[in-house]
Ligand binder design. Structure first.
Ligand code: DGL
Length: 273
């Protein structure tokens, strides 16, 4: 196959649902020429409260779907999947694959002066210790303080980004981390970048917030360059959205995550759903 044909194939991105659109947003900003196929497993969301075994089963279905769309690489936008099932994707797909954990950990270490780094995410991500392990693998002197923040996902999906109630919940979750004098905080969940303003307020602007999705877009760019896979076409890119349930809800809420209109969202069946 000619390089042009190969390079014009889409980047496949998947997530447990809608949150991965924050990663697509970062990809659109940093790689505006790339075609993208997004799959959100809205029939089976959330993944963050499920066992690693179940998340690994779902991950295989999500990967099969993207492979059926003939993508050129796979981006695992979901932190929970990146934490507990990245190897499932890597084993199944004979393609370049990245999750969000390594890019997020690398960006946090670049930003931190005192190497006291906080990590927030779903219960699945925090319990896996994936960020902690990666941070300490990269720099053994790093102190990591983690906290699961399960209420943040429904708050964001409700659009409650700046409400007093959200601020109080954020205070409750983040207080133990701020008392540890962290100078950097990894937003280790697809939804949390939408809470940046509230989190910055609660941490009194003293902590650098790391958006793993943004860091991942940089990694994707570097991987495409390394493999000579960048799309050089000047045609406007094709961004396709697929979900396993309720495309109308995805369309309505998705705009908040993507920062622009989504266009057509198609429902597909994956696994037994
Ligand atoms: N996408 C998930 C993550 O980043 C959050 C939503 C869920 O629990 O499925 O961990």
């Amino acid at each position: 196959m000619s390089n042009t044909l190969q390079n014009s194939k889409a980047i496949g991105v998947f997530d447990s649902g809608i949150g991965g659109l924050t990663v697509v947003r970062a990809l659109l900003e940093q790689l505006p020429n790339e075609n993208i196929v997004y799959f959100g497993d809205t029939a089976r969301v959330p993944y963050g409260s499920k066992s690693a075994q179940v998340v690994r089963e779902y991950t295989l279905d999500d990967t099969e779907f993207l492979l059926s769309r003939d993508v050129k690489m796979i981006v695992v936008a979901c932190n929970t999947v990146s934490a507990v099932a990245l190897d499932v994707v890597q084993k199944r797909a004979n393609l370049p694959v990245t999750g969000v954990i390594i890019p997020g950990a690398e960006a946090a270490l670049r930003a931190s002066g005192n190497k006291r780094i906080g990590v927030i995410g779903t219960a699945g991500t925090v319990n896996s210790n994936a960020y902690r392990n990666e941070l300490q693998r990269l720099d053994g002197t790093t102190n990591v303080f983690s906290k699961a923040c399960p209420l943040f996902v429904p708050l964001v999906e409700e659009g409650w980004l700046d409400l007093k109630a959200t601020e109080l919940i954020a205070q409750e979750y983040l207080f133990p981390l701020t008392t540890e004098r962290i100078d950097t905080l990894i937003l280790g969940c697809t939804h949390y970048p939408l809470l940046k303003r509230t989190i910055a307020k609660v941490t009194k602007g003293m902590v650098t917030l790391i958006d793993s999705g943004e860091a991942t877009a940089g990694t994707v760019a570097a991987m495409l360059d390394a493999q000579g896979l960048r799309n050089s076409s000047s045609q406007s890119p094709n961004i396709q959205f697929f979900v396993s349930d309720a495309p109308e809800k995805f369309t309505a809420v998705g705009e908040l995550f993507l920062g622009r209109k989504l266009g057509v969202v198609r429902k597909v069946t994956v696994g037994r759903h």
